[in-house]
Design a protein around this ligand. Structure first.
Ligand SMILES: [Zn+2]
Length: 541
């Protein structure tokens, strides 16, 4: 963006947005029947589709430079580009279509960028250092959250003075409501960078901390969740056990010892959370889906929902009575947050895409991603492109791939259409570079036609045996729509993302372009249209 046009940004007017926000007309999520398949044989079908898309792309030159009253960030943990593509095919196949032609909700976003995910000390990053980048705007060491690269992992005494704050804090400081929704525990790597400063992502409660760190005064992440930013409006996910004194029985799993409280300091953080809220406000702690769905969002000011002792269940294994889906949590979160006339910031994590991949269970991972895409659609239907910037990205990729010259419409969990020309055995399209799916039977690669490779928990074969499949090091996609979405446009360092979100929302440190409301114009003019826009303005002023 040329500097000359900066002064013209940042103010929403009454002018309606360019039609960039309409979908090309050919985009329909309908069942692809025999007629649909015939259509693809006609060159006109492809030409018309491309021309529609071109018209739409030309409209994108009219930029949306409104102020983003709301910012929603969807973070698919481990959702690399190969995962996005496979998720798209799965979504289509769940609707009985071939799948490849399907459009995910995120596919409909007008702008896409690539994000370079490396940590300051790691070529292939982890979820903690990356969360610090895309939430706090600063790259950091792997394993650390909410601290700069001057903090070394696990070294408590390198924390002080190196704390960095997140966009969630910047939004709160600007008077917006803020929320965190995740399918992992709420003190896991991704959400924790929004509110905590910890030399080690694994310091979930004081029980997980070394005595040295405790004696040096470092606080665990659950403690920081409740104490650091005391008025986070919505917190939902798993992680109950880290909130309660050691050995306190869990409300849902009474006989499960692993579900019991972990805290050595004997604190009841749920009570402390409540005690920090003003008496005249409505604060609700809930732990099951029924409670969530019977809440009246108009009567909720603060919500803490902890639905599992640790991470939440995979979507495919979810108990529909006790556990809400990610999209159900997102809907309630937005209903509560949008009551604030100043708007909101919401971080949503599809956190278990990553876990499915680590276990080599591609089907679990992809169903997690389908559910996050559903949540993206729900959020889109509850917000407006006029005032809401939505960003969808991943922290890092995985060594997950699919290939093998599979024919159109092949089940994404299916076999390649030929045998290996080397070991003469079949192979699945989905494979991992490494991981627990490496299996040798009688000195040879396992014959997958002898196993149920479509099972929810089937572990796809890998080239190298590892108990936990690893992250991948290539760039991940950033999808964006709404005000200033066009600033996410090329290949960027991952820490650029929150700087854009904050710029769009006129929060954080860079506010030079955010003139007082009195001088607000109705400028939706991008650089290309600027000369035209200036003329009428010079008359106005
Ligand atoms: Zn991971």
């Amino acid at each position: 963006m040329p500097a000359a046009s900066l002064g013209d940004q940042g103010h929403s007017g009454t002018e309606s947005l360019p039609s960039q926000h309409l979908q090309p007309t050919w985009v329909k999520d309908e069942l692809m029947d025999e007629k649909g398949k015939e259509k693809e044989k006609d060159p006109k079908y492809w030409r018309d589709q491309a021309q529609e898309t071109l018209k739409y792309a030309l409209e994108l030159q009219k930029l949306n430079t409104n102020v983003a009253k709301n910012v929603i960030m969807f973070l698919g943990d481990g959702m690399g580009v190969s995962t996005v593509t496979a998720t798209r095919i799965l979504k289509g196949q769940l609707h009985h279509n071939p799948g490849e032609e399907t459009r995910l909700e995120m596919d409909k976003f007008p702008f896409v960028a690539l994000s370079k995910t490396y940590n300051t000390n790691a070529q292939v990053p982890d979820s903690a250092g990356t969360a610090t980048a895309y939430l706090c705007g600063v790259k950091a060491n792997e394993g650390t959250v909410g601290v700069s690269a001057a903090t070394e992992r696990s070294r408590c005494n390198t924390t002080q003075g190196n704390e960095v704050t997140s966009i969630l804090r910047w939004a709160k400081d600007a008077g917006k409501s803020v929320g965190i929704v995740t399918t992992t525990r709420v003190n896991h790597a991704t959400p924790s960078a929004a509110y905590a400063h910890s030399a080690d992502r694994d310091w979930y409660s004081d029980n997980e901390m070394p005595p040295e760190a405790l004696s040096q005064g470092c606080k665990d992440i659950a403690y920081q969740l409740v104490h650091n930013i005391r008025d986070i409006d919505v917190i939902m996910g798993g992680g109950r056990k880290y909130m309660y004194p050691k050995n306190k029985t869990d409300v849902e799993y009474e006989i499960d010892e692993k579900a019991r409280g972990t805290r050595l300091d004997g604190l009841d953080l749920v009570n402390i959370w409540k005690s920090f809220k003003p008496r005249h406000k409505h604060s609700h702690f809930i732990w099951n889906r029924t409670e969530l769905l019977t809440l009246d969002p108009h009567n909720v000011d603060y919500l803490l929902g902890l639905f599992e002792p640790g991470d939440m269940e995979y979507e495919l294994n979810r108990n529909n009575v006790t556990d809400p889906s990610l999209s159900e949590m997102v809907v309630v979160a937005i209903q509560i947050l949008r009551k604030n006339p100043k708007g909101f910031f919401l971080l949503v994590e599809g956190g278990r895409i990553d876990h499915g991949h680590h276990e080599g269970k591609a089907k679990q991972a992809l169903h997690e991603a389908v559910e996050m895409d559903r949540a993206i659609g729900q959020a889109g239907s509850m917000t407006s492109l006029e005032d809401t910037l939505t960003v969808v990205t991943a922290d890092h990729s995985h060594v997950f791939t699919f290939g093998g010259y599979t024919p159109r419409g092949n089940s994404i969990f299916g076999l390649a259409p030929m045998l290996s020309d080397t070991d003469k055995k079949p192979f699945t399209a989905i494979l991992y570079g490494n991981g627990p799916g490496y299996k040798v039977v009688g000195g040879e690669r396992e014959n997958v036609s002898m196993v149920d490779y479509a099972h929810n928990n089937y572990q796809a074969q890998s080239a190298v045996p590892l108990r936990h499949e690893t992250h991948g090091g290539e760039d991940v996609a950033v999808f964006s729509k709404g005000p200033m979405a066009h600033l996410l446009h090329g290949v960027h360092e991952q820490n650029y993302i929150p700087h854009v979100m904050a710029y769009a929302a006129c929060i954080g440190a860079n506010l030079d372009h955010c003139a007082p409301a009195s001088s607000a114009g109705s400028l939706a003019a991008g650089p290309l249209l600027l000369p035209l826009a200036l003329f009428p303005l010079s008359i106005l002023f």
